[in-house]
Ligand binder design. Structure first.
Ligand code: ASP
Ligand code: ASP
Length: 362
């Protein structure tokens, strides 16, 4: 990216995510040439990979805008760029008033703790404000309002919309009706791109992502974090090891897509047989809320659990990640081992979401 001249100024202590001295860059100093991915996202691409006009409805006279909907819309250089930006926010290289004239709408039509709070925290760290809807029950959706109408209305209030919705494809649909950028914060069993960015960010803090062995354990059928992460890792020459209870394997279309992207995907019957070959083990929760009935959930519940014993003989650099919340998949005794990195991973949600919010609203 060609960046305008950056003036470093000391702006005081105590505004960054880590309370360190901050040397900040003025918001307007980032107004260099727009990056390629800005155009890619403005054009949008459907989840099948075909280009669609999603997001092209830029009102006349307004600046270019774009949406963060699916990892499929990203090229590797876009991910690397955002990870580099997140690093800058993490080390305090920003001004705490970068988004002080901006307002984000957090529309969460499904439960969330971390994602919603970390978007709100990220916005506050940049001097911006948030408005939110926290449940379907509390919104006009119960009165029969369509998502399209809600999005049109909220576009008139806020400078960007962060949307979590139980239906796969909801964020893409929203982007077609929004006149402000939409960030997908999880659409059913679909995608969760901001989570993937913080997953990649956490891995990159410890090792280069290229060519490593990553295991995905758990509900690979309904787990949107697993879908987004696998697609992103395919851009880094990673070997993917999948370990899922019967019936919760990676959907065939995604597994095929990964292989078409040149990824080596190795299926394992159980985690014991795979864990010693891994640099990263990404553990996920069984997505109970997406099961058609409770009997089918109980058939697979508690079918895997990471315990300290299981970690004997693993690679020294093994990182255990989990998007959280956990529901018994990782024994709390594992938290004390050097492999446990999931709380650090959750913390990384803030700088990563600062980078995303700034990118779409700057
Ligand atoms: N899936 C939710 C999220 O990441 C769960 C939670 O945070 O409690 O936001
Ligand atoms: N918090 C993640 C999500 O929203 C993972 C989970 O809920 O299991 O997808």
């Amino acid at each position: 990216m060609r960046r305008a001249k950056v003036t470093k100024v000391i702006i005081g202590v105590g505004h960054g995510p880590r309370k360190k001295g901050i040397s900040g860059c003025g918001a307007n100093h980032y107004s260099g040439e727009k990056r390629g991915f800005v155009r890619v996202m403005a054009g949008g691409r459907s989840d099948s990979g075909a280009r669609t006009p999603a997001g092209l409805k830029t009102p006349e006279g307004s600046r270019t805008m774009y949406h963060i909907i699916s990892i499929r819309d990203f090229e590797r250089r876009d991910l690397d760029y955002l990870l580099d930006r997140a690093r800058e926010f993490d080390t305090g290289e920003y001004l705490p008033e970068m988004l002080d004239d901006k307002l984000v709408a957090l529309l969460f039509f499904e439960p969330s703790t971390r994602t919603r709070m970390s978007f709100a925290t990220a916005m506050a760290r940049l001097g911006g404000r948030s408005i939110s809807v926290d449940s379907v029950e509390a919104s006009s959706i119960v009165k029969g309002e369509t998502l399209a109408d809600t999005i049109r209305v909220v576009s008139g209030y806020a400078d960007a919309i962060v949307l979590r919705h139980p239906k796969e494809g909801a964020a893409r649909l929203a982007s077609e009706f929004a006149s402000v950028p939409v960030i997908n914060a999880g659409d059913g069993a679909g995608q969760h791109p901001s989570q993937t960015l913080l997953d990649l960010y956490t891995i990159r803090q410890s090792m280069p992502i290229d060519g490593i062995d990553v295991g995905l354990l758990g509900d690979l059928r309904y787990g949107r974090t697993a879908h987004s992460l696998a697609l992103a890792l395919s851009l880094y020459g990673v070997t993917l090891h999948t370990i899922a209870p019967g019936g919760l394997e990676m959907p065939a279309n995604i597994a095929l897509e990964l292989r078409e992207r040149g990824m080596e995907v190795i299926e394992h019957a159980d985690v014991q047989g795979a864990i010693r070959e891994l640099d990263v083990l990404y553990v996920t929760r069984i997505q109970r809320e997406r099961f058609p009935d409770s009997a089918s959930y109980y058939n697979v519940a508690s079918s895997y659990r990471i315990t300290p014993d299981l970690l004997a003989g693993v690679r020294d650099r093994l990182m255990l990640l989990h998007p959280l919340p956990r529901a018994g998949e990782i024994d709390p005794a594992v938290d004390r081992t050097p492999y446990a990195r999931y709380f650090e991973q959750a913390r990384n949600g803030v700088p990563v979401r600062m980078a995303l919010l700034h990118e779409v609203m700057k």
